[in-house]
Design a protein around this ligand. Structure first.
Ligand SMILES: [Zn+2]
Length: 196
């Protein structure tokens, strides 16, 4: 796969204001015609996320970036049966209470033999982590590229405990680091104005 990067600008209610980069190419190549940019503009980002666990995590990450005005990074996988794809999501604060979400392909490695193909089915018993791609098999989260693991043919999406912990740690780090200096100064100035 060629170099890939896509952008999506959202406001504090997660409304999509702008998308760009290779977004449409990726949507077309992965059967996501409904996700083409002209159909998703001004809709809410979370309306396009199948499960509430992932939608909640995305919402928490954007809100933390907006509150602290600091960037947040999260590495994730978005595999196809024949290919392991590692991406990095960077959520960057912008002016006027907006954030840009940048998805960048880090690498794509062929899987041979490929994993069994899977479909999203909200009623599926098997679960797949939307962040790391692990599947919940025999009450254990496993990487489906391991030779002894068969990818379930139908999956519901969620976030696995490992990714939940990773996201919680990233959120904690943002909150503990506190607002970026120019934001802190802005708050300080307001306080000073109030005192005078
Ligand atoms: Zn995971």
């Amino acid at each position: 796969m060629k170099f890939f990067q896509s952008f999506c600008v959202v406001d504090s209610s997660l409304r999509i204001l702008w998308v760009g980069g290779d977004w449409d190419d990726f949507a077309r190549n992965n059967g996501g015609a409904r996700a083409l940019s002209n159909t998703i503009l001004s809709t809410r980002l979370t309306a396009h996320i199948a499960d509430t666990a992932t939608a909640d995590r995305v919402s928490q990450m954007v809100q933390a970036v907006l509150a602290t005005k600091r960037p947040l990074h999260l590495d994730y996988r978005c595999d196809a049966p024949h290919q392991v794809r590692r991406f990095r999501l960077t959520i960057q604060p912008m002016k006027h209470g907006r954030a840009v979400m940048v998805h960048q392909l880090l690498d794509a490695v062929q899987v041979d033999p490929p994993m069994a193909a899977w479909l999203y089915d909200p009623l599926a018993r098997s679960q797949k982590c939307s962040v790391c791609g692990a599947v919940y098999v025999n009450q254990t989260w496993l990487d489906p590229t391991l030779p002894e693991v068969e990818h379930p043919s139908k999956v519901g999406y969620t976030t696995c405990p490992t990714c939940d912990a990773r996201i919680a740690a990233a959120l904690r780090e943002l909150v503990e680091t506190g607002p970026a200096p120019e934001f802190a100064e802005g708050v300080l100035r307001q306080d000073q104005d109030r005192m005078h």
